[in-house]
Design a binder for this molecule. Structure first.
Ligand code: ADE
Length: 230
């Protein structure tokens, strides 16, 4: 059966995905609680979905992505989570699709030795189209943009300026480039989806305007909408 791997940010989000699957089983592997089941698609046979919460940071994201690829041989890896906005035209709850993913603080001449010349990573164009259609259906404002990933939370004016200067990013988070990097090493198409939770400032709008449970529900619906269209 065709399989899609999904890495979510929240337990509630993965539970929302699991509730739409049939034949669900849990697998406890590589420090992950993975739910595995089947989802009906719009036009073809069911697709198997293996979904889990990967944990924060680049290493957790990389380890989770590689494990899901090795264990389930997915035709795609979808990552969904939250990010800080660096683009003044966007607002809390809008979505940035990671057309381009760049690391913070990484010398790509040394890191991409398996494919010299790699300076950044990309979500798969077909998966971006499916995400665009799903987000239009759900009435979620979104762009295909640049996402910067690093191992620290960005929340000072100095860091914001530095990240913008170095990466030109629309959003900053802590996993996306690692997921796309590992997927690229394995020749598996990837998609990174980020809902904006804060303005990467010390105001932490995440706790004011951003509703985590609404986000978990929307994130699950976005991911399911994409897989249903595959
Ligand atoms: N995830 C959500 N907001 C973030 C921020 N401001 N910096 C890094 N990761 C984030």
């Amino acid at each position: 059966m065709r399989t899609v791997a999904v890495i979510g940010a929240l337990d509630e989000e993965v539970a929302g995905i699991a509730s739409a699957l049939h034949g669900v089983e849990h697998r406890d592997e590589a420090g992950l609680d993975i739910v595995h089941g089947a989802l009906a698609t719009r036009q073809g046979p069911d697709i198997a979905v293996a979904a889990t919460v990967g944990g924060m940071g680049l290493v957790n994201a990389a380890a989770t992505t590689q494990h899901l690829i090795d264990a389930f041989h997915p035709e795609a890896v979808i990552f969904s989570g939250i990010a800080g906005s660096l683009n003044p035209a966007l607002h809390i709850n809008d979505v940035v699709l990671g057309g381009t993913l760049r690391y913070l603080d990484s010398d790509m001449r040394l890191i991409a030795q398996w494919k010299p010349g790699t300076e950044e990573f990309h979500s798969d164009p077909h998966l971006l189209d499916l995400a665009d259609a799903t987000l239009n259906d759900l009435d979620v404002i979104h762009i295909v943009g640049i996402i910067a990933s690093g191992n620290t939370f960005v929340d000072t004016p100095e860091r914001i300026d530095q990240v913008k200067r170095q990466t030109g990013a629309d959003a900053v988070e802590m996993e996306g480039a690692a997921v796309a990097h590992v997927a690229a090493r394995n020749d598996v198409p990837a998609l990174v989806i980020r809902a904006l939770s804060d303005n990467a400032d010390t105001e932490y709008e995440v706790f004011k305007e951003f509703d985590i449970s609404a986000y978990a529900d929307t994130a699950a619906r976005i991911t399911l909408g994409i897989v249903e269209r595959m």
